[in-house]
Write a protein of this length. Structure first.
Length: 442
């Protein structure tokens, strides 16, 4: 690296990837939790996260779709919107977006070069995710976004994104995931996620379980939230129907009702995501949104890798479902929206810490009878043999493959023109399948 920065983006990304990456190697438990390192990192950058208001969101499932919905709605109102999400599919640039467009290579190179220069001013070496988060905040401040939509990486309270003070903070839902870090019970997980609530913020709770809602509401009250909106009370999806290209939904918020809105995303759960997304935008503006703006904002939403159709003959559907709750939602969507006359085949690759029997059982309930098992390209990949054993134990026919590419090829051949191929289990698997079938565009 020269005194002025890296020579090119690949060199900068090599520096970034040399840092500890908990996304690739999840710790068995969280070390003594602290935000001190992230606080110090943004301090040496001049606290860029304070240059804009933020909508901060967490949840076990639906974060990416909800972030996309909120960003589109805020943008439809004329705001310049920064969006920080994870993980990425094709390129890491995707995680940092301005008005839906990923950061360009030149700007990314510039912000990473700046971070490399100031890294020595921080006592403890930052992690890869901390550097990416700081890069997002610095870039958002530099391009003067009007608002940032910030998705939590893991949990909430001790996630490095939690240096932001969200004007609106929300939890999409709570189910079992990352229990080795967040705790063994749903109450533990909910408590960790509630750590993003801030004094004076409007808190939106998408969870429906009465005990968890009570816990979360109590946490919001203790922290001094200005207002608390819960699904089923202040906001909800009151009608949710299959439509060409997505779902046709009716939504209700504290300030308005919206009828027959097209959400161009597949899966009934997208109605729930749309409801909390529209409510979050209303909370941010402090007033209901015009119906035509909501219609326009929702119509522009795209979420690659979430019930995305990648081929027609056979029908190839890719979904980043990576836990039991996500796989259950996927199975429901397959039954409702993607039935075919031919054979059902799934390409499945899982990460460690997942329950392969429960996840595959959900697919079995949707009619999937054949599984092509593969390993995601991740140090956290679950051994193919474990997936094979789980599928066989459920009475499914099992094939295996030495890569996602070969798994997709085998599945397409087996399904035939009238069949269906479902690619799922991990976004790493979905990313490789997308690249193979449609290229790197997202």
């Amino acid at each position: 690296m020269s005194p002025t920065g890296f020579d090119d983006l690949p060199q900068a990304l090599g520096w970034l990837d040399a840092h500890t990456d908990f996304e690739s190697k999840m710790p068995s438990r969280r070390a003594i939790p602290t935000l001190d390192r992230m606080v110090e990192l943004v301090r040496v950058l001049g606290d860029p996260h304070r240059a804009f208001p933020a909508v901060h969101l967490t949840g076990t499932n639906g974060k990416g779709s909800t972030a996309a919905i909120i960003s589109s709605l805020l943008g439809a109102r004329g705001l310049t919107v920064g969006t920080y999400t994870s993980p990425n599919l094709a390129r890491v640039n995707e995680r940092l977006a301005r008005n839906g467009e990923p950061i360009d290579d030149e700007s990314f190179l510039e912000v990473l070069s700046m971070l490399a220069r100031v890294e020595t001013l921080v006592d403890d070496r930052p992690t890869r995710f901390e550097l990416l988060t700081a890069a997002a905040f610095a870039w958002f401040a530099d391009v003067a976004v009007d608002v940032a939509v910030v998705e939590v990486g893991l949990g909430g309270r001790w996630d490095c994104t939690n240096v932001v003070d969200g004007a609106v903070t929300l939890i999409t839902n709570v189910s079992f995931d990352h229990t080795e870090v967040l705790g063994p019970t749903l109450s533990d997980i909910a408590g960790d996620k509630s750590g993003i609530f801030k004094e004076g913020s409007t808190v939106l709770l998408g969870e429906r379980d009465p005990e968890l809602v009570s816990l979360l509401r109590g946490q919001a009250e203790v922290i001094g939230a200005a207002d608390i909106w819960t699904r089923g009370d202040e906001f909800d999806c009151t009608a949710n129907r299959v439509a060409v290209g997505g779902r046709l939904v009716d939504l209700r918020t504290p300030g308005a009702g919206y009828g027959e809105l097209l959400v161009p995303l597949h899966g009934a759960h997208q109605g729930d995501n749309a409801a909390i997304g529209v409510a979050a935008a209303e909370a941010f503006f402090g007033a209901p949104l015009p119906a035509d703006l909501v219609e326009e904002g929702l119509a522009r939403v795209t979420v690659p890798g979430r019930l995305e159709v990648l081929g027609r003959h056979p029908l190839v559907v890719a979904d980043g479902a990576h836990n039991v709750a996500g796989m259950t939602a996927l199975a429901r969507s397959l039954r409702e929206e993607f039935s075919v006359a031919g054979e059902d085949v799934a390409v499945v690759g899982l990460l460690s810490g997942r329950d392969p029997v429960a996840m595959l059982a959900a697919l079995r309930s949707a009619g999937v009878g054949v599984v092509v098992a593969c390993a995601p390209r991740s140090p956290r990949a679950l051994a193919v043999e474990v997936v094979v054993e789980a599928a066989a134990g459920l009475g499914m026919e099992v094939l295996d493959a030495d890569s996602v590419t070969s798994a997709v090829d085998r599945a397409v051949e087996r399904a035939g023109p009238q069949g269906r191929v479902v690619v799922c289990g991990s976004l790493y698997v979905v990313a490789d399948a997308r690249t193979q079938l449609v290229g790197d565009a997202v």
